[in-house]
Design a protein around this ligand. Sequence first.
Ligand code: IDP
Ligand code: MG
Length: 150
Amino acid sequence: MEKTLLIIKPDGVQRGLVGRILARVEKKGFKISAMKLEKISKEKAEVHYAEHKGKGFYLELLEFITSSPCVLAVIEGKNVIEGLRKMAGKTNPLEADIGTIRGDFAVVVSQNIVHTSDGIESSKREIENFFKNEEIQEHILCTEQWTYGR
Ligand code: IDP
Ligand code: MG
């Protein structure tokens, strides 16, 4: 099934929001297939945010994402890439709907709590940057037939 990379950024961890964010993911019916707490290295951050190199906020973004541990998770589910992007809300918390993670928990764009992959290609690349294959569990939840039907 489709997989995406969820990062609970340093602000989400420091503000004690890990449990509430993961609860939303689980309540939706998505599956946690891998998860760890990691202080992201500068090298991995550069790979992860390569598309933003040269932009005005790039150096601030690298400094922020490497400043303190993040929760990294592979989340699996039907249409999970689009589904989790919707749950995260728009990049700028001011524009994110109330009810989304950023709309409910964040105020400014530089501290917007979560990252989620934006497409199939980026999700593969981002997951590979942070997880070895053997760290990702192929498992079936006993609730899946009730989430997806038979
Ligand atoms: P996304 O996280 O919603 O995919 P991107 O455009 O890929 O948004 O930007 C990556 C991250 O860079 C954002 O989540 C946000 O934390 C940060 N960012 C984006 N635009 C700005 C900005 O204008 N100022 C400061 N930080 C920004
Ligand atoms: Mg992005």
